[in-house]
Design a protein around this ligand. Structure first.
Ligand SMILES: [Zn+2]
Length: 117
């Protein structure tokens, strides 16, 4: 079974390592395209984001959720990273590693990218 390209829409939830995150489109301030709100389990995509860009924003915010839920953030702090170092590494993973990894899966035909309504 695979996910059709039209199945993922706002209001849908995704389970991230046992936590149910809701996908929502909201107004975000000052150029922010998305947000991962781990405390309220929301993956936010800015309401002004064009349809063709929503997936990359959601992919980025989902990466933050996995990072948080998997304990990566806590592990870096435990390993002695400062908040600034941990934040910089996390953002580099979201900006560089995750897009490259997902692109690799997509090109191999191992992942169908959803359309976010
Ligand atoms: Zn980010």
């Amino acid at each position: 079974m695979h996910i059709s390209r039209n199945q993922l829409s706002t209001g849908r939830s995704i389970v991230v390592l046992g936590s149910h995150y809701e996908v929502v489109r909201v107004a975000l301030s000052d150029g922010t395209e998305g947000e991962c709100r781990a405390d309220s389990a929301q993956l936010c995509v800015g309401e002004s984001i064009a349809p063709g860009r929503r997936w990359s924003v959601l992919r980025h915010e989902l990466g933050h959720a996995v990072w948080f839920e998997s304990g990566c953030r806590a592990a870096l702090r435990f390993a002695g990273y400062s908040d600034e170092q941990a934040d910089a590494l996390e953002e580099a993973v979201m900006e560089i590693f995750i897009p490259a990894y997902v692109d690799t899966l997509e090109r191999a035909g191992w992942l169908l990218v959803p359309v976010i309504a």
